[in-house]
Design a protein around this ligand. Sequence first.
Ligand SMILES: [Zn+2]
Length: 323
Amino acid sequence: MYKQILISLCLLLHNSSAFCWGFYGHKQINHHAVFLLPPAMMVFYKPNIDFITEHAVDPDKRRYVVKEEGARHYIDLNRYGAYPFSGLPRNWNEAAEKFGEDSLKAHGIVPWWIHIMLQRLTNAFREKNYPAILKLSAEIGHYVADAHVPLHAHSNYNGQQTNQHGIHGLWESRIPELLAATHFDYLAGKAEYISNPQKFVWQSVLESAAAADTVLELEKTVSLQFSPDLKYAFEERNGLLVRQYSSAFTTAYNEAMKGMVERRMRQSIFAVACLWYTAWVNAGQPVLESAGSVHFSEEDIKIFGELDKNWKAGDIQDRTCGN
Ligand SMILES: [Zn+2]
């Protein structure tokens, strides 16, 4: 019995710590983005909101299958000098010419990958390929949300260089899971057309990079006020007792950051909705069908199953976010 609990504990810790924004955050962001869409898109997105929500985490699951997947979730901007990193061309071809593709991939490619996903989503709208629209909407939502996380724009992504191991999961999983339902306001206005998506996405990652030092510094400051036995505690998570950052420490850290996590979550929701909307407009605003749920091919269903299977097996192919 105890052994069983211990095994599930380990699995829980392993799986929950490996995801960017955590499963909870990504699902919340995609879910809330749907409500920012105009009626002509809402008729299609709303009946499919469960798919958009659940599959917000597919790109993280894919990291257990595809080695190249990891680099699509972050960019270590501090490797390119100081803010605003003007030595790094925002255009992929120019950046690749200057640094080489392998080097760019080694330090993360999230802003460029979002651009590719946006092209794919625009094409899916043009073709009115409903399964593709849903899959790509769910996935671009994931990458856009990752681009809003400060520690996705910094090489010290889990405090591993400064003895702050675990800070990644603290910022993007523990805080939202503990506080979002009761303290966060997701109201983010209406989706807007983005005339220069490249600039828009770079703005997000630049803001993330600019906030990374604050995220790291404040964790250190707040830690000074907590002895280790108060910083960590055995508390319930998904019905299990697990050792994690205590509620008191998590709350104090969140307060020290003055709502940064909530703000970045809300900005993620807005950005996701804006890019869905922009893809639809650029595709010529096709009329979307409202009725029924979308039929996925056997191939799609097989791929979803594979993603789940490999994720549960837990053998990640690249660096993880939170452990
Ligand atoms: Zn991710």
